[in-house]
Design a protein around this ligand. Structure first.
Ligand code: WTA
Length: 655
């Protein structure tokens, strides 16, 4: 990767993913006229007094007891926001709207992959959440207990999350595409007391077992007392007497009234595991008051949310994007959203656009990888439907290449909608760098500038600020939705994010470039994290999955540019003596990784060699592996322990 951006094959030859385009787009005047934020002075005001800015957003929430201090930053990096305040997240997301007379308002137009449609109103969510909260209480779960959630995109998923917040339990959601091994590991690390799952998930028209797929491994989670199973697929899952309960049995018997637990602003709200530089995922911990302030403010500003909007974030609830912009941001703001269960191309490639037309979606938020898939499928699928309701488009998860940006703007936005490329992370909780659609001139490929109240900079290796050019992205001021720690690993939190440039500078882990206008261009990760279709995977995690397979002596994994998924996984494997590398082993290893981590972590490319390129001291030379994978000319390889292996690998890559 170069400072100016990565290269990748585009079908039309080699293009730069992050090339600097000369094109820029002013916010359309009709949009500006109605925008929530159209006064450029908000940047200045917020940046002069960030605490007052965030305080004003926090005040829009409903507090059981008001806060008496906005920010305590006396012990960085451990921030305390809204000290003294007490609130409940589910009360802010539900009770507030029902009490204001908006119980009949639709919170989610839910659409199952099989075509089932449900309108979930705020009143319905309110009742179901209270019932399920009582069910959890009945099982002895309460404030501070960790509850795992491993579910498909079904109505019960947000209900489960909200019910946890109602009683002060800490949810730990694991993306439904992860395998049993990943689920169990995350339950063990967090000492989860209960796990909520479903019998099956619908995939391409068929129920795929979910509970059964993890059932055999749950015995390894010593802390686990209860497993609650939603019946999604009528599939008769294995149930362990005493431990396992059906959701409907518990909810049917539950009292519909459960008063919200008053929580301290700094009480943990949830943990969400994400991949880091080591094989052990990091439990990012978010808190109650700051997180809700951050997601509600950014959801309102960045998406220009209005009462009559139909908002659709097409992510999965299992990722931070789903937490912040399907569940908590939209519900705190009383929004009406679309929630879709299944694959974008089932039964056909126009499924998403059919949904947009059916519900009259006005705001759409998705990932570059999905946009590139739609480009590939062709405009005939988008053209079948009336997309004129759309007024704003958003992108998240990975750098969006200008070609995809322009295609999105033109073919989905009809050339009339602002595009907001939103940069943020699991750790930041909410959007950090993004256009404000009524204010910011956009440049395709750039997430533009930090939001009001946020301060981002580019540092060189020595911590000097780069005014124009490339370097390490840092955030230099605390913000309410910042991660407070890593669950049970505070030292690792400090070491990973807050030690490189001092304990008040947040090291993001991304490289970026800042241009002459102060616009940020994200290049990619600087740590050992691979971003496949916007999903963060650690090289170490994949490597340890590979070496746990029979017949593998050693493995090294790198990320390579990929036309469809942004990056793809390339695995270099040394088989054990007597084991043949080749297609058969490759297929076996792909299955093995799917088993250990999940299908999303399967290497796309694999090469085998008797040894990996190593220095004489035995260190694997990843830089060389990257050059081999890219087919680049290799420089001097004479320092290698065994220069011969390189030729072998190069030949396989050519094939
Ligand atoms: C990358 C997802 C460029 C980045 C919300 C970051 C992006 C990581 C963008 C976080 C964007 C996310 N442009 N890169 N708009 N959004 N990233 O934790 O490398 O799953 O550090 O959070 O995704 O991924 P995470």
């Amino acid at each position: 990767m170069t400072a100016d951006g990565a290269y990748r094959e585009d079908g039309e030859g080699r293009i730069r993913v992050l090339m600097k385009t000369e094109e820029s787009f002013e916010p359309p005047p009709e949009f500006v006229a109605q925008a929530n934020a159209s006064d450029p002075g908000i940047y200045e005001r917020a940046n002069e007094d960030p605490e007052a800015w965030w305080g004003s957003w926090a005040e829009k929430l409903e507090w059981i007891e008001p806060f008496d201090e906005i920010l305590d930053w006396s012990d960085p990096p451990f921030a305390k926001w809204f000290g003294g305040g007490k609130l409940n997240v589910s009360a802010n997301c539900l009770d507030r709207h029902v009490e204001a007379g908006n119980g009949d308002r639709v919170a989610y137009y839910w659409e199952g992959e099989d075509g089932t449609r449900k309108e979930l109103t705020y009143a319905w969510l309110h009742t179901e959440t209270q019932k399920f909260a009582n069910a959890l209480k009945g099982l002895g779960i309460g404030k501070g207990d960790v509850v795992g959630i491993y579910m498909p995109m079904i109505p019960e998923a947000p209900v489960a999350m909200l019910a946890c917040t109602r009683i002060g339990a800490i949810h730990n959601v694991v993306f439904g595409g992860f395998s049993a091994g990943s689920v169990v590991e995350r339950m063990q690390f967090s000492e989860a007391k209960a796990l909520i799952t479903a019998d099956a998930t619908m995939r391409r028209g068929k129920p795929t077992p979910m509970k059964a797929s993890i059932d055999g491994t749950l015995d390894h989670v010593e802390s686990l007392e209860h497993v609650i199973v939603v019946n999604r697929g009528d599939s008769d899952p294995p149930m362990t007497e005493g431990r396992d309960h059906f959701w409907h049995d518990l909810v049917d018997a539950a009292d519909p009234e459960c008063p919200p637990e008053p929580m301290d602003a700094e009480d943990p709200l949830f943990i969400l595991y994400t991949s880091g530089s080591t094989a052990k995922p990091k439990g990012i911990q978010h808190t109650t008051g700051g997180y809700l302030t951050g997601v509600s403010a950014t959801h309102k500003l960045v998406f220009d949310l209005k009462d009559d909007d139909i908002y659709w974030c097409a992510a999965d609830i299992g990722w931070i994007t789903g937490h912040s912009y399907i569940v908590y941001g939209p519900l705190a703001n009383g929004a009406t959203s679309v929630m879709y269960e299944g694959a974008p191309n089932f039964p056909a490639e126009d499924r998403w656009w059919e949904i947009v037309e059916r519900y009259g979606v006005t705001i759409m938020y998705t990932a570059p990888t999905a946009i590139r898939a739609c480009m590939k499928w062709g405009v005939e699928h988008t053209q079948k439907h009336d997309l004129s309701s759309i007024r704003l488009l958003g992108s998240v998860g990975e750098p969006i290449n200008p070609r995809a940006w322009l295609w999105y703007s033109e073919n989905i936005g009809g050339g009339r909608c602002p595009v907001v490329d939103t940069w943020w992370q699991t750790e930041t909780g909410a959007i950090m760098i993004s256009p404000l659609p009524g204010l910011t001139t956009t440049k395709p490929g750039s997430a533009t500038v930090p939001l009001p109240g946020i301060e981002a900079k580019i540092f060189d290796e020595d911590g000097n600020e780069v005014e124009e050019g490339a370097g390490l992205l840092v955030l230099t001021r605390p913000w309410p939705s910042m991660a407070r720690t890593l669950y049970k690993e505070p030292e690792r939190f400090v070491e990973t994010y807050w030690s490189r440039f001092g304990n008040d500078v947040y090291l993001v882990g991304d490289a970026a470039r800042i241009d002459e206008d102060g616009y940020f261009w994200i290049v990619g990760r600087t740590d050992d994290v691979i971003n496949v279709s916007g999903h963060r995977l650690s090289t170490m995690e994949v490597e340890s999955a590979l070496v746990s397979a029979e017949g593998v002596a050693e493995a090294a994994v790198i990320g390579v540019p990929d036309e469809d998924t942004g990056q793809a996984i390339f695995a270099f494997v040394t088989p054990e003596g007597g084991v043949e590398g080749g297609d058969e082993l490759e297929a076996k290893l792909r299955d093995h990784v799917a088993d250990k981590i999940g299908k999303l972590a399967r290497p796309k490319h694999m090469a085998f060699a008797d040894d990996l390129p190593k220095t004489r001291s035995g260190k694997i030379m990843r830089r060389l592996l990257r050059d081999i994978a890219a087919g680049n000319e290799l420089g001097d390889v004479s320092t290698l322990r065994d220069p011969e292996v390189v030729k072998d690998l190069q030949e396989q890559v050519k094939e």
